[in-house]
Design a protein around this ligand. Structure first.
Ligand SMILES: [Zn+2]
Length: 321
Protein backbone atom coordinates (compact mmCIF):
# COMPACT_ATOMS: atom_id res chain seq x y z
CA UNK A 1 0.00 0.00 0.00
CA UNK A 2 1.39 3.34 -0.99
CA UNK A 3 1.51 6.26 1.38
CA UNK A 4 -1.50 8.52 0.93
CA UNK A 5 0.41 11.29 -0.79
CA UNK A 6 1.76 8.99 -3.50
CA UNK A 7 -1.59 7.36 -4.05
CA UNK A 8 -3.02 10.76 -4.87
CA UNK A 9 -0.48 11.24 -7.64
CA UNK A 10 -1.03 7.83 -9.18
CA UNK A 11 -4.80 7.87 -9.28
CA UNK A 12 -5.93 9.24 -12.63
CA UNK A 13 -9.12 10.57 -11.10
CA UNK A 14 -7.02 12.80 -8.89
CA UNK A 15 -5.21 14.30 -11.80
CA UNK A 16 -6.60 17.03 -14.02
CA UNK A 17 -5.46 18.50 -17.32
CA UNK A 18 -6.73 21.87 -18.42
CA UNK A 19 -6.26 23.17 -21.94
CA UNK A 20 -5.20 26.80 -22.00
CA UNK A 21 -8.29 27.68 -24.02
CA UNK A 22 -10.75 25.91 -21.69
CA UNK A 23 -12.96 28.14 -19.55
CA UNK A 24 -12.01 28.31 -15.88
CA UNK A 25 -15.43 26.83 -14.99
CA UNK A 26 -14.27 23.53 -16.46
CA UNK A 27 -11.91 23.03 -13.56
CA UNK A 28 -13.60 20.69 -11.11
CA UNK A 29 -14.13 22.42 -7.74
CA UNK A 30 -11.82 19.99 -5.96
CA UNK A 31 -8.86 21.34 -7.96
CA UNK A 32 -9.35 24.71 -6.34
CA UNK A 33 -5.65 25.56 -6.22
CA UNK A 34 -5.52 25.47 -10.02
CA UNK A 35 -8.62 27.66 -10.15
CA UNK A 36 -6.77 30.19 -8.02
CA UNK A 37 -3.56 30.21 -9.99
CA UNK A 38 -5.00 29.92 -13.51
CA UNK A 39 -5.20 33.71 -14.08
CA UNK A 40 -1.51 33.97 -13.19
CA UNK A 41 -0.58 31.15 -15.57
CA UNK A 42 -2.66 32.67 -18.39
CA UNK A 43 -0.95 35.98 -17.81
CA UNK A 44 2.53 34.44 -17.96
CA UNK A 45 1.71 32.73 -21.28
CA UNK A 46 0.40 36.05 -22.57
CA UNK A 47 3.71 37.65 -21.54
CA UNK A 48 5.67 34.93 -23.38
CA UNK A 49 3.64 35.49 -26.54
CA UNK A 50 3.94 39.25 -26.24
CA UNK A 51 7.70 39.00 -25.77
CA UNK A 52 8.06 37.06 -29.01
CA UNK A 53 5.91 39.57 -30.90
CA UNK A 54 7.73 42.57 -29.48
CA UNK A 55 11.18 41.11 -30.13
CA UNK A 56 10.23 40.23 -33.71
CA UNK A 57 8.83 43.72 -34.32
CA UNK A 58 11.96 45.34 -32.95
CA UNK A 59 14.16 43.01 -34.99
CA UNK A 60 12.37 43.73 -38.27
CA UNK A 61 12.07 47.47 -37.66
CA UNK A 62 15.58 47.91 -39.00
CA UNK A 63 16.14 44.70 -40.95
CA UNK A 64 14.87 43.34 -44.25
CA UNK A 65 15.45 40.63 -46.80
CA UNK A 66 17.00 41.82 -50.06
CA UNK A 67 16.02 40.50 -53.49
CA UNK A 68 18.35 37.52 -52.99
CA UNK A 69 16.49 36.68 -49.75
CA UNK A 70 19.52 37.62 -47.70
CA UNK A 71 18.85 39.24 -44.33
CA UNK A 72 20.25 42.78 -44.28
CA UNK A 73 20.46 45.22 -41.38
CA UNK A 74 22.50 48.25 -40.38
CA UNK A 75 25.66 47.84 -38.34
CA UNK A 76 24.01 49.50 -35.35
CA UNK A 77 21.00 47.15 -35.35
CA UNK A 78 19.98 46.82 -31.67
CA UNK A 79 19.89 43.01 -31.75
CA UNK A 80 23.31 42.87 -33.39
CA UNK A 81 24.68 45.21 -30.72
CA UNK A 82 23.17 42.97 -28.04
CA UNK A 83 24.56 39.78 -29.59
CA UNK A 84 27.99 41.36 -29.94
CA UNK A 85 28.08 41.77 -26.17
CA UNK A 86 26.50 38.43 -25.32
CA UNK A 87 28.76 36.45 -27.67
CA UNK A 88 31.77 38.68 -26.99
CA UNK A 89 32.69 38.86 -30.63
CA UNK A 90 33.09 41.36 -33.45
CA UNK A 91 33.36 38.61 -36.06
CA UNK A 92 30.87 39.64 -38.75
CA UNK A 93 30.28 36.09 -39.96
CA UNK A 94 29.45 34.83 -36.47
CA UNK A 95 27.19 37.81 -35.80
CA UNK A 96 25.39 37.42 -39.10
CA UNK A 97 24.72 33.75 -38.54
CA UNK A 98 23.55 34.50 -35.01
CA UNK A 99 21.18 37.20 -36.30
CA UNK A 100 19.70 34.69 -38.74
CA UNK A 101 19.33 32.04 -36.06
CA UNK A 102 17.66 34.45 -33.69
CA UNK A 103 15.18 35.53 -36.37
CA UNK A 104 14.50 31.88 -37.20
CA UNK A 105 13.41 31.22 -33.61
CA UNK A 106 11.36 34.42 -33.48
CA UNK A 107 9.49 33.41 -36.64
CA UNK A 108 8.90 29.85 -35.48
CA UNK A 109 7.79 30.85 -32.01
CA UNK A 110 5.54 33.59 -33.34
CA UNK A 111 3.83 30.92 -35.40
CA UNK A 112 3.54 28.66 -32.37
CA UNK A 113 1.87 31.29 -30.21
CA UNK A 114 -0.30 32.53 -33.10
CA UNK A 115 -1.73 29.06 -33.60
CA UNK A 116 -4.50 27.54 -31.49
CA UNK A 117 -3.33 27.55 -27.89
CA UNK A 118 -5.26 24.45 -26.81
CA UNK A 119 -1.91 22.71 -27.32
CA UNK A 120 -0.72 24.30 -24.09
CA UNK A 121 -1.88 22.08 -21.26
CA UNK A 122 -1.87 22.79 -17.57
CA UNK A 123 -1.63 19.70 -15.38
CA UNK A 124 -2.36 19.47 -11.68
CA UNK A 125 -2.87 16.85 -9.01
CA UNK A 126 -3.32 19.18 -6.07
CA UNK A 127 -6.81 18.59 -4.75
CA UNK A 128 -8.74 20.04 -1.85
CA UNK A 129 -7.84 17.16 0.40
CA UNK A 130 -4.43 16.22 -0.92
CA UNK A 131 -1.76 18.75 -1.69
CA UNK A 132 0.82 18.02 -4.32
CA UNK A 133 4.13 16.93 -2.86
CA UNK A 134 6.96 18.66 -4.61
CA UNK A 135 9.71 16.56 -6.09
CA UNK A 136 12.74 18.35 -7.52
CA UNK A 137 12.99 15.70 -10.22
CA UNK A 138 9.73 16.80 -11.71
CA UNK A 139 10.13 19.13 -14.69
CA UNK A 140 8.10 22.30 -14.32
CA UNK A 141 7.16 22.52 -17.96
CA UNK A 142 7.89 20.02 -20.66
CA UNK A 143 7.23 19.03 -24.23
CA UNK A 144 7.96 15.79 -26.02
CA UNK A 145 10.01 15.94 -29.24
CA UNK A 146 7.91 13.38 -31.11
CA UNK A 147 4.54 14.67 -30.00
CA UNK A 148 2.69 15.40 -33.25
CA UNK A 149 0.35 17.71 -31.34
CA UNK A 150 3.23 20.07 -30.43
CA UNK A 151 1.96 20.18 -26.86
CA UNK A 152 3.55 22.03 -24.00
CA UNK A 153 2.57 20.76 -20.57
CA UNK A 154 2.81 23.10 -17.58
CA UNK A 155 3.03 21.31 -14.27
CA UNK A 156 1.05 23.93 -12.38
CA UNK A 157 1.75 22.52 -8.92
CA UNK A 158 5.52 22.79 -9.28
CA UNK A 159 5.42 26.56 -9.63
CA UNK A 160 4.26 27.19 -6.08
CA UNK A 161 6.95 25.23 -4.41
CA UNK A 162 9.90 25.39 -6.76
CA UNK A 163 12.98 26.58 -4.93
CA UNK A 164 14.46 28.90 -7.53
CA UNK A 165 12.88 32.32 -7.17
CA UNK A 166 14.28 33.55 -10.48
CA UNK A 167 12.54 30.88 -12.54
CA UNK A 168 9.67 32.61 -14.25
CA UNK A 169 6.87 30.81 -15.96
CA UNK A 170 6.94 33.01 -19.06
CA UNK A 171 10.65 32.24 -19.56
CA UNK A 172 9.96 28.55 -19.11
CA UNK A 173 7.15 28.79 -21.67
CA UNK A 174 9.53 30.49 -24.12
CA UNK A 175 12.07 27.75 -23.46
CA UNK A 176 9.55 25.02 -24.30
CA UNK A 177 8.13 26.86 -27.31
CA UNK A 178 11.68 27.07 -28.71
CA UNK A 179 11.96 23.27 -28.42
CA UNK A 180 9.07 23.00 -30.85
CA UNK A 181 11.52 24.55 -33.34
CA UNK A 182 14.29 22.11 -32.41
CA UNK A 183 16.26 24.16 -29.94
CA UNK A 184 18.49 22.06 -27.69
CA UNK A 185 19.13 21.76 -23.95
CA UNK A 186 22.89 21.90 -24.29
CA UNK A 187 23.15 23.67 -21.06
CA UNK A 188 20.60 24.47 -18.40
CA UNK A 189 21.38 27.92 -17.24
CA UNK A 190 21.86 29.20 -14.75
CA UNK A 191 22.61 26.18 -12.66
CA UNK A 192 24.83 28.02 -10.25
CA UNK A 193 23.81 31.63 -10.39
CA UNK A 194 21.25 33.91 -8.91
CA UNK A 195 19.86 35.00 -12.22
CA UNK A 196 20.32 33.81 -15.76
CA UNK A 197 21.92 36.81 -17.27
CA UNK A 198 22.90 36.94 -20.92
CA UNK A 199 26.31 38.39 -20.04
CA UNK A 200 27.11 35.07 -18.40
CA UNK A 201 26.32 32.72 -21.29
CA UNK A 202 29.90 32.50 -22.53
CA UNK A 203 31.22 32.01 -18.99
CA UNK A 204 28.69 29.24 -18.41
CA UNK A 205 29.85 27.42 -21.54
CA UNK A 206 33.52 27.87 -20.64
CA UNK A 207 32.85 26.52 -17.17
CA UNK A 208 31.03 23.57 -18.68
CA UNK A 209 33.97 22.90 -20.98
CA UNK A 210 36.28 22.92 -18.01
CA UNK A 211 33.76 20.91 -16.00
CA UNK A 212 33.55 23.60 -13.38
CA UNK A 213 30.62 24.43 -11.17
CA UNK A 214 28.60 21.46 -12.38
CA UNK A 215 27.63 23.19 -15.60
CA UNK A 216 26.84 20.72 -18.29
CA UNK A 217 26.83 20.58 -22.07
CA UNK A 218 24.80 17.87 -23.71
CA UNK A 219 26.14 16.31 -26.89
CA UNK A 220 23.19 16.47 -29.24
CA UNK A 221 23.25 14.25 -32.32
CA UNK A 222 21.00 16.48 -34.48
CA UNK A 223 23.08 19.53 -33.73
CA UNK A 224 26.28 17.64 -34.45
CA UNK A 225 24.93 16.51 -37.80
CA UNK A 226 24.00 20.08 -38.74
CA UNK A 227 27.41 21.32 -37.64
CA UNK A 228 29.07 18.60 -39.74
CA UNK A 229 27.01 19.75 -42.69
CA UNK A 230 28.21 23.35 -42.22
CA UNK A 231 31.87 22.31 -42.28
CA UNK A 232 31.36 19.74 -45.05
CA UNK A 233 31.88 16.62 -42.96
CA UNK A 234 29.69 13.73 -41.94
CA UNK A 235 29.53 13.96 -38.15
CA UNK A 236 27.60 11.93 -35.63
CA UNK A 237 27.92 10.98 -31.99
CA UNK A 238 29.85 7.80 -32.97
CA UNK A 239 32.63 9.46 -34.93
CA UNK A 240 32.68 12.52 -32.67
CA UNK A 241 32.76 11.27 -29.11
CA UNK A 242 32.11 13.74 -26.35
CA UNK A 243 35.77 14.72 -25.63
CA UNK A 244 36.30 15.57 -29.28
CA UNK A 245 33.10 17.61 -29.41
CA UNK A 246 34.50 19.42 -26.36
CA UNK A 247 37.66 20.25 -28.26
CA UNK A 248 35.73 21.38 -31.31
CA UNK A 249 33.73 23.82 -29.19
CA UNK A 250 36.91 25.20 -27.66
CA UNK A 251 38.55 25.73 -31.03
CA UNK A 252 35.68 26.92 -33.18
CA UNK A 253 34.15 30.22 -32.05
CA UNK A 254 31.35 29.82 -34.61
CA UNK A 255 30.36 26.48 -33.10
CA UNK A 256 30.39 28.01 -29.63
CA UNK A 257 28.17 30.87 -30.80
CA UNK A 258 25.82 28.41 -32.49
CA UNK A 259 25.47 26.55 -29.21
CA UNK A 260 24.48 29.77 -27.47
CA UNK A 261 21.97 30.62 -30.20
CA UNK A 262 20.38 27.14 -30.22
CA UNK A 263 20.24 26.66 -26.46
CA UNK A 264 16.64 26.81 -25.21
CA UNK A 265 17.34 28.58 -21.91
CA UNK A 266 19.46 31.22 -23.62
CA UNK A 267 16.91 31.79 -26.39
CA UNK A 268 14.22 32.47 -23.77
CA UNK A 269 16.36 35.03 -21.96
CA UNK A 270 17.51 36.74 -25.17
CA UNK A 271 13.94 37.11 -26.44
CA UNK A 272 12.83 38.51 -23.10
CA UNK A 273 15.78 40.96 -22.99
CA UNK A 274 15.22 42.21 -26.54
CA UNK A 275 11.45 42.51 -26.12
CA UNK A 276 11.78 44.49 -22.93
CA UNK A 277 14.67 46.56 -24.14
CA UNK A 278 16.91 45.62 -21.26
CA UNK A 279 20.67 45.36 -21.29
CA UNK A 280 22.47 42.03 -21.67
CA UNK A 281 23.77 42.40 -18.11
CA UNK A 282 20.77 44.00 -16.39
CA UNK A 283 20.27 41.13 -14.00
CA UNK A 284 23.84 40.31 -13.25
CA UNK A 285 24.60 39.20 -9.73
CA UNK A 286 28.02 38.23 -8.59
CA UNK A 287 26.79 35.83 -5.94
CA UNK A 288 26.47 32.24 -6.92
CA UNK A 289 23.74 29.98 -5.73
CA UNK A 290 24.81 26.73 -4.15
CA UNK A 291 25.50 24.22 -6.89
CA UNK A 292 22.45 22.14 -7.56
CA UNK A 293 22.46 18.55 -8.62
CA UNK A 294 22.61 18.90 -12.37
CA UNK A 295 22.15 15.23 -13.12
CA UNK A 296 18.81 15.29 -11.40
CA UNK A 297 17.77 18.28 -13.45
CA UNK A 298 18.55 16.67 -16.75
CA UNK A 299 17.41 13.12 -16.05
CA UNK A 300 14.09 12.23 -17.57
CA UNK A 301 14.17 8.69 -16.27
CA UNK A 302 13.55 9.23 -12.62
CA UNK A 303 10.69 11.64 -12.84
CA UNK A 304 7.84 11.44 -10.40
CA UNK A 305 4.60 9.72 -11.06
CA UNK A 306 2.64 12.72 -12.18
CA UNK A 307 5.11 13.41 -14.94
CA UNK A 308 4.95 9.80 -16.09
CA UNK A 309 1.20 9.93 -16.09
CA UNK A 310 1.11 13.04 -18.27
CA UNK A 311 3.67 11.51 -20.62
CA UNK A 312 1.65 8.36 -21.05
CA UNK A 313 -1.43 10.44 -21.84
CA UNK A 314 0.49 12.39 -24.46
CA UNK A 315 1.75 9.19 -26.02
CA UNK A 316 -1.82 7.95 -26.19
CA UNK A 317 -2.93 11.20 -27.87
CA UNK A 318 -0.01 11.13 -30.28
CA UNK A 319 -0.61 7.59 -31.43
CA UNK A 320 -4.35 8.12 -31.41
CA UNK A 321 -4.16 10.87 -34.07
ZN1 LIG B 1 14.34 22.08 -22.41
Amino acid sequence: MLPKSEKVIIDRADFYQHKLTDPIENIPPRFESLRKKLPHILNEIRIAKKNVMKAKKLFMRSAMFNKFHVLTYPDNHPVKAYLKQVLRTVDEEILDQSMNRFLFYLNEMEQYFDGPLDKIIIATCSTTNDRYLHNTLCPMVFSMPLDSGNRIVIMADAFDVQPIPTTKLHLTALHEASHRSDSVDFILSPTTRDAGDACEFMDVIDEALLNQYAEFIDNNSFFLKAYGHSIGRELNTDNVPWPIFHELIKRDPMLKANIVMDNADFIAIMISDIANNVKFNHNYRRARRPVRDVTSVVSDFTVPLLFRLVCSEIEAWSTGY
